[in-house]
Ligand binder design. Sequence first.
Ligand SMILES: *[C@@H]1O[C@H](CO)[C@@H](O)[C@H](O)[C@H]1NC(C)=O
Ligand SMILES: *[C@@H]1O[C@H](CO)[C@@H](O)[C@H](O)[C@H]1NC(C)=O
Ligand SMILES: *[C@@H]1O[C@H](CO)[C@@H](O)[C@H](O)[C@H]1NC(C)=O
Length: 339
Amino acid sequence: MELCFFVAFSSLVLSLLHLPAAACSCGQSDCELIALAFRHVSGFQLPPPTADCSLRLPSRNLSGSVSWMHLRSVSALRVLDLSGNALGGSIPGGFWSAPALLHVNLASNSLGGVLRFDPGSQTPPLRSLNLSGNRFTSVAGLAALPRLEDVDLSRNSLDSFPLGLEKLGRLRHLDLSHNSMRGVLPEEFPPIAGGLGYLDVSYNNFTGVVQPEAVKKFGEPAFVEAGSLQFVSAARVVARSSSRSPSLRRTRHRRWRRRKITLLSAILSVAAVAIILVTLWYYLYRVNKEEQRTRGEKEGGAATVGDEAGGAVQKADEGDVEVREGVSAGKGQAEQPHV
Ligand SMILES: *[C@@H]1O[C@H](CO)[C@@H](O)[C@H](O)[C@H]1NC(C)=O
Ligand SMILES: *[C@@H]1O[C@H](CO)[C@@H](O)[C@H](O)[C@H]1NC(C)=O
Ligand SMILES: *[C@@H]1O[C@H](CO)[C@@H](O)[C@H](O)[C@H]1NC(C)=O
């Protein structure tokens, strides 16, 4: 009785979805799961059968949201291409445990939220992943997909460098360009050795240091407008590329400005020391001159009063009273220790 009801219900669902089961190349139960997964997607129609179980529906004007956990259960699904549609919502981390999925292209949709890879204890076979042109804000758990070779996360709103990238030993192609990634680009990244042959981190907001070897390997455009990166010990690279790369030119400009400031402060310090020395010398010279004059007048006043004009001598005598007192006071102080 229950079985009859279930069969009737299933066929009702299938007929409502206009799903010709024969047209699906994934097997009966998988085809039913696909129908369930796209229940809330408008514009969905099963593509013609293919040799293997794949779902290629690029640019079909699909909108709404996919029921990802139903799609995850499609045990034979190998290829999923839903690029260039208007699919929204987010993808639950468990979706990535799909047992046979090798290639996923969801580029150019309106998917968003946190992009979490949480396949549980399994190691998914996923090799290529294109999520370019969506609205994802951050990535977590990428290390759970160690078989990945091609990863395109460009043109999203990702806020930081994906953790665990270094665990993807088979990575060949990595595009992180056109995001809002902040923070330090990891020291050991990009790896110069190893299989990574294509890298793009341009149009982000990174800080940190890039080895000149990395610029040489991945090309200057890979680092254009990537933030305020420093291209260490790369005077040659910077000089050669300054005419083409605005970010490298900026770095060079900044370095030049820093050098200018250092030079300027050195000149100012030298000038300050010189001024102090000259002032000190002038002060000592004046003191010395004054002493000589005082001594000369003391001696001269006693011996050769008659040689000078009377008025001048009188004025000088008036001014000297204080000086003499000062000198004798000074002498008194200097002599005290001997008493
Ligand atoms: C795409 O789908 C929307 C509704 O979902 C419809 O209004 C629009 O006309 C469709 N565009 C094309 C090109 O089919
Ligand atoms: C990902 O998809 C976008 C949009 O279709 C495309 O431009 C880009 O080349 C793809 N990335 C890779 C690595 O194939
Ligand atoms: C980049 O980050 C700095 C702070 O680290 C911030 O002041 C600046 O506005 C950011 N630039 C962009 C384009 O997001």
